[in-house]
Design a protein. Sequence first.
Length: 424
Amino acid sequence: MNIIGVLFLIAVAYAKHEEYQGWKSYYVTPYSMDDLKFLRSLDVQYDLDFLGHPTVGGEGLVLVKPEHQEGFLKTLDNTNIVYRVHSEDVASALRQDDEDIKRRARTLSRNAVRLPYNNYQRLAEFDNYLEDVAKRYPDKATLVTAANSFEGRPIKYIKISSTNFADPRKKVIMIDGGIHAREWISPPIVTWAIHKLLEDVTEPDLLENFDFILLPIVNPDGYEYSHTNNRWWRKTRSTGSSNLSSYCPGVDGNRNYDFAWNKVGTSPNVCADNYAGNRAFSEVETRVVRDLIQEYLNRMVMYLTMHSYGSMILYPWGHDGSLSHNALDLHAVGIAMAEAINKEALPIFPKYVVGNSVQVIGYAASGAAEDYAHSVGVPLAYTFELPGLRGGLEGFNLPAQYIEQVCRETWSGIVAGLRRISLQ
Ligand code: ARG
Ligand code: ZN
C-alpha cells in the first residue's frame, strides 16, 4: 500500500466514532429517591444518555456531550449525588474496543461452520447461520422471513418442533433478541438456544413438551448501524414518523408496543432514544413480534425478550409497577431461572435479581414487549437484562471472551424455567 493509502486508513480510523469526540462518561450514584428523580430529570436539560440506569444507592453510567459537561457537573456538585469519571475520552475508548474485536476476528478459524461465539458477529453471519442450520435439520427446523425491516433487511426467525407445530398439546415458547441495537449480547443468546435444541442436544425432552419460535434479531437495521456508524445506537432506523424524523431516524422498539402506549418513560422528541413512534406498532419490526405472539397465542406459555445490561429478570407490569394476577407464578418461574443462572455464572458477574420491572430496574416505561405479550394473554412474559461488566467500555460491550459463558448460563436459566413449567 502506498503512503496515501496508509494516510487514508489512519484518517478513517480516526473518523470512526467521531460523533463521540469530546464526550465523557460518568458513574453517578444518587442516595435518595429525590436525588434519583432529580438525576433523571436532568436527562432532557443536558440531553443525557443513560447507558446504565442508577437506582437509590446504585451506580448508573451516563454519557455526556462536550457542550453539557460543565453544566452537568456544576449541577451535580450542588446535590448529594456522587459521581466519578468513567471515560475521559469516549471516542478513543470506542476505537480501542474496535481494535480488540478486530484482533479476535483475525484469530478465528477460517472455516468455522457454526456461528462463532468468541466474538460479536455482523447480521450476515447470523443470517448465514440461520439458513445453514435450518437446512441441516429440516425435520425439526423451519426458517421463515417474517417481513423486511424498514431499510429492507429480512427479519428471520426459526421455528423448531419435533411435530411440525401440529400437536395442540405442546406449549409454545418464544424468545427474541436484538430489538435494541447496541445490546450485542442479546442475539447470540437466541442463536445459542437454536444450537442447543438442534446441534448440541443435552435436553432431548424439551422438544417433547414444547415448540419454539426463535427470533435472534428483531431490529436488523439498528443492529447493523451499531456496527457501522454508532456503537450506541438503540432504536430502529425508520423515517417518516414526523417532519423531523429524517434528521433523527428511529423509534425505540421497546416503547412501540400497544400496551399503555406512549404513557410513561417515553419522549415526544423524535431524536430521543426512548421515542415511542407516532403510533403503537408504527414499526414493521415490532409488528413482526406482535404477529408471532398473536399467531401462537392459544399455546404460547412463555415469551422472553433479551436485553442488556443489568443481570435482571423483569416481569409485568412495567408501565406502573403494579403486579399481575399471576405475579406469584411469574416470580416463582423467574426465581427458578435466576437461581440456575446464578449457580453457573462467573463470580465477576453480579447476581441476577428477579422482580417487577419497575421495582427492579427503577423506572417505569410503557409500550414494552413483555407487558404487551402479557396483556394479550401470554402468562409468563419476561424481559431479561443480560450481564454487563464494569470497567473498560463496559455494559453494552460485554467483552467478547464472555459471550459463550453468558449464552451457556442463560440457557441453563431458560431450561430451569421450562422444567418448572412442565411440572405445572
Ligand atoms: N431496559 C428495558 C427498556 O428500557 C426495560 C424494559 C422493562 N419493561 C418494562 N415494561 N418497562 O426497554
Ligand atoms: Zn434494551
